[in-house]
Design a protein around this ligand. Structure first.
Ligand SMILES: NC(=O)c1ccc[n+]([C@@H]2O[C@H](COP(=O)([O-])OP(=O)(O)OC[C@H]3O[C@@H](n4cnc5c(N)ncnc54)[C@H](O)[C@@H]3O)[C@@H](O)[C@H]2O)c1
Length: 250
C-alpha cells in the first residue's frame, strides 16, 4: 500500500494575496479559493470597483490597501493577527514605470522600488514574524520575473526589483527555514494581463516566436505554480525561483 498523499493541504489555510484585484493576482485568488483556502485579498481599488466583486463570498476578506503606505500595512498586519492568522503570503502586487536609463526619472525609479521591492520586504517581515509566533510553519511566495535573469530594455528599475526579489527570497529562505517557513519566488515569462497588454504588438509577437511553446502565458498558469509551491506537495522546496515562461529562458 502506497502512503502517497496527493492532497494540496491548502484547505482552510489563510492565504494573503496582494494585487489580487486583477491579472495574475486575481487568477491566483480564484485558484486558491477553488482549492478551499480562506482568502485575504489586498489591492488598491474598492471591492466594488475591482473585478472581484461578484466572486466575494464568506471565505474571502478584502482589504483595500496600498502596500507602500505605512497605515495600510498596519491594517494588513491587524488582519494577520486576527482569528486564523496567516499560513501563506503571496507578494504579487507589482508595477512597471518604463523608461530607458537616460530618460528614467527618480520618481519612476522610486515608485517601482516601493511596490516591487520594499513592500515585499515589509510584508514578508510581518508575515514571518506572525508565522514564527504561531509555530506552524508557513509559505511566503514572491513575484519575480524572467527579466531578472537577462535584463530588459527600458526596465532598469523593474529588473532591479525582480533580481532583488530573487536574492531576498533566497536570504529569507535561509533565515526562516528553521521555523519551517518556506520562501520561494515565481518568475513569470510574458503573461496576458494588463501589464503586458501595454506592450507594443511587435514586441509581443517577437516574444511568442522566441518561446519554445510559441505563445504568451495565461494568468492561471502562474496561479498553478503558486498553488504548487504553497502546497504540501512542495514541502521540501525553499529558496527556489521557479521560471514559468514557456521555455523563454532556455
Ligand atoms: N504579466 C506578466 O507578464 C508578468 C511577467 C513577469 C512578472 N509579473 C509580475 O507578476 C505580478 C502581477 O502582474 P500582473 O501582470 O497580474 O499585473 P497587473 O497590472 O494585471 O496587476 C497588478 C495588481 O497589483 C495591484 N497593485 C499595484 N500597485 C499596488 C499597491 N501599491 N498596493 C496594492 N496593490 C497594488 C494593481 O492594482 C493590480 O491589481 C507583478 O509583480 C508583476 O511584476 C508579471
Amino acid at each position: 500500500m502506497s502512503n502517497f498523499e496527493a492532497k494540496m493541504g491548502l484547505e482552510s489555510k489563510r492565504v494573503f494575496i496582494t494585487g489580487a484585484a486583477s491579472g495574475i493576482g486575481r487568477a491566483t485568488a480564484e485558484m486558491f479559493y477553488a482549492i478551499g483556502a480562506k482568502l485575504v485579498l489586498i489591492d488598491m481599488p474598492s471591492l466594488e470597483e475591482s473585478e472581484l466583486a461578484h466572486h466575494f463570498t464568506e471565505r474571502m476578506e478584502y482589504i483595500q490597501a496600498d502596500v507602500t503606505r505605512a497605515d495600510d500595512l498596519k491594517r494588513i498586519e491587524s488582519a494577520m493577527n486576527a482569528e486564523g492568522g496567516i499560513d501563506c503570503l503571496i507578494n504579487n502586487a507589482g508595477i512597471t514605470r518604463d523608461a530607458s536609463l537616460l530618460k528614467m526619472t527618480d520618481e519612476q525609479w522610486d515608485q517601482v522600488i516601493a511596490v516591487n521591492l520594499t513592500a515585499v520586504f515589509k510584508l514578508g517581515q510581518l508575515a514571518a514574524k506572525k508565522m514564527k509566533e504561531q509555530g506552524r510553519g508557513g509559505s511566503i511566495l514572491n513575484a519575480a520575473s524572467v527579466v531578472a535573469h537577462y535584463g530588459n530594455f527600458g526596465q532598469s528599475n523593474y529588473v532591479a526589483t525582480k533580481a532583488g526579489v530573487i536574492g531576498m527570497t533566497k536570504t529569507m529562505a535561509r533565515e526562516l527555514g528553521k521555523d519551517n517557513i518556506r520562501v520561494n519566488a515565481v518568475a513569470p515569462g510574458f503573461i496576458g494581463t494588463a501589464m503586458v497588454q501595454k506592450m507594443p504588438e511587435k514586441v509581443l509577437s517577437m516574444m511568442e516566436e522566441k518561446s519554445p511553446l510559441r505563445r504568451i502565458g495565461k494568468p492561471e498558469e502562474i496561479a498553478s505554480a503558486y498553488a504548487f509551491l504553497a502546497s504540501d506537495q512542495a514541502q521540501f522546496i525553499t529558496g527556489t525561483c521557479l521560471n514559468v515562461d514557456g521555455g523563454l529562458t532556455l
